[in-house]
Write a protein that binds this ligand. Structure first.
Ligand code: PLP
Length: 362
């Protein structure tokens, strides 16, 4: 029997999310260090781990569907009201809620490209179309080009700062002038998944940006700097009206009790977080210097990864790394993203690249 495809047209040509594809070839050693997904290379904060262990006894129970305690803590942390915060299973889950709540068929969502590779799929899930705006040569957002593509069809603009995969940040004054220039029907999602790496764990709350530009939604996560990627918890902050709609698009019980406890404890562990972020910055600078010393182009990064704009050599570099047991993320034709690892991971990677013939890499 012939089954006719009756699904959402925007999903027809998409591939289910697979994260980092393997660059392993036959005969490669097993992956010793996975530097392909921008995870923290350190375990969760010690205080947070003990809180998670205590929470195991409640696993037979559903979590609080409103995650009230965590929502209140985040509101205090950002200096906004609790009804201006929505939580969900990772910031990817919260972004899905935002897009489902705000977009549908015939709508456009604009964002810089290359970007976080889940954006195209999340946009397609709600039936909208993606418009990709190339980054500038320095790996920054081209805000003028983004603004020029805004039309009556545009429902959402996603800005990512620090940007995945380049690690660049959008300057505050330029951000505000961009937000001021947008028409009222456009909501801007400011994805700050990596912002804590830049500010030593104390990023600006952004409450004034949310107040001044009521159509701006801040998106953050506990997956990156807090090291809780496996627990799946993230949040959005914005105007009451937008957040009320975003909450309606949430999967029931999307934030587990363990995730809620761990996230609250993380917000209370500012000093532990600061120490850890200093260690990540130092490791990032060491990795950047090591790659530059090999003659490789590497952009200065404000996150926990670095970007090498290698148009022709992205795959060869990823293969050379895989042959040494290090997994990195190649974006064919664009570059390679390498997450910050520890000293041992960097040593293995840099030694392998040093031994590779790099004559045609540029
Ligand atoms: C820019 C950006 N936003 C959001 C996410 C989603 O993270 P999570 O769903 O774990 O919060 C990622 C993950 O890599 C990312 O790079």
């Amino acid at each position: 029997m012939n089954v006719r495809y009756a699904g959402r047209s925007t999903l027809r040509d998409m591939t289910a999310y697979r994260g980092s594809e393997s660059s392993n070839a036959e005969g490669d050693p097993p992956v010793a260090f996975d530097l392909s997904s921008n995870e923290l290379f350190l375990p969760p904060l010690p205080t947070v781990l003990s809180v998670i262990e205590e929470g195991f006894t409640r696993l037979a129970r559903y979590p609080d569907p409103t995650a009230r305690a965590l929502t209140g803590e985040i509101a205090g942390h950002l200096r906004v009201e609790a009804d201006e915060v929505a939580v969900g299973p990772g910031s990817a889950g919260v972004l899905q809620q935002i897009l489902l709540a705000l977009c549908g068929e015939g709508d456009d969502v604009i964002y810089a490209w290359p970007g976080f590779d889940a954006y195209p799929l999340l946009v397609a899930m709600c039936g909208a179309s993606s418009i990709h705006i190339p980054l500038t040569a320095s790996g920054h957002h081209d805000l003028e080009a983004i603004r020029a593509r805004v039309s009556a069809r545009t429902k959402v603009v996603i800005l990512c700062s620090p940007h995945n995969p380049t690690g660049t940040m959008i300057d505050d004054a330029r951000l505000r002038s961009f937000l001021r220039s947008l028409p009222d029907h456009v909501v801007t999602v400011l994805d700050e998944a990596y912002v804590e790496f830049d500010r030593g764990g104390d990023p600006p709350g952004r409450s004034e940006v949310i107040r001044e530009h009521g159509n701006t939604v801040l998106l953050r996560t506990f997956s990156k700097a807090y090291g809780l990627a496996g627990l799946r918890v993230g949040y959005a902050a914005g105007s009451r009206q937008i957040i009320a709609t975003v909450r309606k698009a949430a999967l029931p019980f999307g934030v587990t009790h363990l995730a809620e406890r761990a996230a609250i404890s993380s917000l209370h562990s500012a000093a532990e977080l600061r120490d850890r972020l200093h260690a990540v910055s130092a490791a990032r600078e060491e990795l950047t210097a090591g790659l530059a010393a090999l003659g490789l182009p590497v952009l200065p990064s404000r996150a926990n990864f670095v970007w090498l704009p290698l148009t022709c050599a992205a795959e060869p570099l990823a293969r050379a790394a895989a042959a040494a047991g290090v997994k990195v993320r190649a974006c064919p034709g664009q570059g390679v993203r390498i997450s910050v690892g520890g000293a041992a991971a960097h040593r293995l990677l840099l030694t392998a690249l040093d031994r590779t013939d790099r004559a045609n890499w540029s």
